[in-house]
Ligand binder design. Structure first.
Ligand code: ADP
Ligand code: MG
Length: 581
């Protein structure tokens, strides 16, 4: 009588096997937006011990997962429905790949045979092929007995070598496919050593140390690859033993504290123009560093570059001493190598930089302490800086144009991997999700600082922050526009200008709508007080930081990337408008 039940009890399905494979590999979190055909995958995951974070847009889910990937070195996992949900997920998949962060995007897809014949299935799309250009690797699993291997391939592709985004296509037919439970269980396995050490050649390490030992003005750049590598002590040891000044890229801030005596951050321009040997540790010579050439750099500069990806070397200019390997192994050999090839930066070089630091620090401190009414970016961020100085274990998420550039310069970080921002592409609309990913991954308090324009891309995630009761303090720097709020409509129809947003908006009420606490700050004292209160509460909060609509410069520090019209009103107005605060 019970034969049917007992034979059914011995079967399992694709969804259960996927969940088992993820959990077996320690992938116990999943961000996503559910719907056909993946709803039950999320529900089963939750039942079996995956922490599922339901978000409001697939792009946001992808960014939250990517933040987890950066912070932990394990792939973050996110889930989307087919076609439109899948397409939304491609943006963060590509962003994670550009950032070299490990993430796995799992998307449900429609019936293969209907898609392949173009018969017009519900949300039918050839997803596997669409995904390929947007990630490091893309796979489809067609049979339940292949799930464990499919998950293993996704994990390995995401974290080995240069990390990146991986797409895993799971057709509805696979999700519902059944298999004998015991046979399925026998396929499950934990990937052994998914990111094996990649040890560089001893010769390359020796060459680099020799070059460094000849330098008059050596300089080290730390990038987010160095932060990702999680060998903070080795990097610190190398820098302190050699006395070489360092410059952190934005997400490498805190690898050594920003107020470390060897930080050249406030003498950055001089350091770059004067350094004769520069050692890049997990940082690329891309647009952010003017490709390692041009007026920002000493024309005779020589480069040492540590990177896991051999194809990164000579990306934009000659690299004199490449060290290809993982940063931990490379730094281990470099620290050991100092015994045979000692390197010591000169006091003169340090003194030169120190003098410049004193001068620039004074300029900055005047800016952040000058009182204006309404506030500007500088004095508002001066208040933020005070709170971070007192609470070094806060995570900082930061996006915007001026809000990004000025915050990066003003707010010091003390601890590694505590800052997430727009990243390699300089994108907006990632902040709330990075904050969610950071809060979920670490359980720590996060301060998430956005320009009013950046906030607009993903503002609905405020609801997610409240639903999961995350200790996130969202701050919107409201100057009423993209870059700033005072650009005129150059036509005559009376509409707002393309850059204009609402400077009188009360963004904090969005947080109140979902049960969090809203604050409206008009002075630096209020910013400091509200932040302090919000952090202490460990509950969702949001501060609308009311700035002057005149605060900010067009495109922040990268206005030079805008093409300039040669005729018409913009030729005169736009350039004049991009004046100082
Ligand atoms: P930033 O934007 O901070 O300058 P980038 O993202 O441009 O940093 O550079 C990071 C670099 O670090 C990439 O070229 C990537 O290949 C490299 N990388 C990432 N992880 C490792 C690792 N574990 N070991 C060595 N290099 C790594
Ligand atoms: Mg703005």
């Amino acid at each position: 009588m019970n034969t049917q039940t007992s034979s059914a009890a011995q079967l399992t399905d694709g969804m259960h096997i996927i969940v088992r494979s993820l959990l077996e590999n320690g992938l116990d979190k999943m961000y996503g937006v559910v719907g056909i055909p993946v709803t039950d995958l999320a529900r089963i995951g939750q039942a079996k011990g995956i922490r599922y974070i339901g978000m409001r847009h697939e792009s946001d889910a992808g960014n939250a997962a990517a933040a987890e990937g950066f912070l932990t070195g394990k792939p973050g996992v996110f889930l989307t429905v087919s076609a439109p949900g899948f397409l939304n997920g491609l943006v963060p998949l590509k962003e994670a790949t550009e950032n070299c962060w490990p993430v796995i995007m799992i998307s449900g897809s429609s019936e293969r045979e209907l898609v392949d014949l173009g018969e017009g299935d519900y949300e039918g799309l050839d997803q596997l092929n669409y995904a390929k250009p947007f990630c490091k690797a893309a796979y489809r699993i067609d049979k339940p007995e292949d799930i464990a291997v499919g998950v293993a391939r996704a994990i390995r592709a995401a974290v080995s070598g240069r990390p990146g985004g991986v797409y895993l296509d799971v057709p509805a037919a696979l999700l519902g496919a059944t298999m004998d439970q015991a046979a399925a269980e026998a396929t499950i396995y934990k990937v052994n050593n998914p990111a094996p050490a990649m040890i560089p050649s001893q010769e390359s390490v020796t060459d680099a140390l020799k070059l460094l030992s000849t330098a008059k003005n050596p300089l080290i750049f730390l990038g987010k690859g160095a932060a990702y590598a999680q060998c903070d002590d080795l990097i610190r040891k190398f820098i302190e033993e050699t006395g070489i000044p360092f410059l952190p890229m934005s997400m490498a801030k805190g690898l050594l504290p920003d107020d470390h005596p060897l930080s050249a951050a406030s003498a950055r321009g001089l350091a770059m123009r004067t350094a004769d040997v520069v050692m890049m540790i997990g940082a690329r010579l891309n647009w952010m560093l003017n490709f390692g050439k041009g007026r920002h750099w000493n024309e005779n500069v020589k480069f040492i570059q540590l990177d896991i990806d051999p194809m990164e070397i000579d990306n934009s200019r000659k690299i004199d001493a490449p060290i290809v390997g993982d940063i931990k192994s490379s730094m281990t050999l470099l620290v050991e190598g100092l015994k045979d090839i000692p390197v010591k930066a000169s006091q003169d070089w340090q003194k030169l930089l120190d003098a410049d630091k004193v001068k620039n620090d004074a300029k900055f401190s005047t800016r952040v302490t000058t009182v204006t009414n309404p506030m500007n970016h500088y004095n508002a961020l001066g208040a933020v800086k005070k709170v971070f100085d007192k609470n070094p274990d806060l995570y900082l998420v930061n996006e915007g144009a001026n809000t990004l550039d000025d915050c990066r310069d003003i707010v010091n970080m003390q601890l590694p991997r505590h800052r997430l921002d727009c990243g390699t592409w300089g994108v907006m609309g990632v902040g709330l999700e990075y904050a969610i990913g950071a809060a979920i991954t670490t359980g720590k308090s996060v301060v998430s600082i956005h320009g009013d324009s950046a906030f607009g891309f993903d503002g609905m995630e405020v609801e997610t922050i409240c639903r999961y009761k995350l200790p996130v303090c969202v701050m919107v720097f409201n100057n009423g526009g993209i870059y700033r709020g005072d650009f005129p409509n150059l036509g005559d129809n009376g509409d707002p200008s393309p850059l204009t947003l609402d400077a009188t908006a009360h963004y904090e009420k969005m947080m109140e709508a979902f049960g969090g606490k809203g604050y409206f700050a008009t002075t630096p004292e209020e910013v400091e007080q509200f932040m302090t209160e919000a952090i202490a509460s460990k509950k969702p909060a949001m501060i609308n930081v009311q700035l002057s609509i005149h605060s900010g410069v067009e495109s922040g520090h990268i206005g030079n990337l805008n093409p300039q019209p040669v005729t018409g009103p913009l030729a005169e107005t736009n350039l004049k408008k991009a004046s100082s605060k």
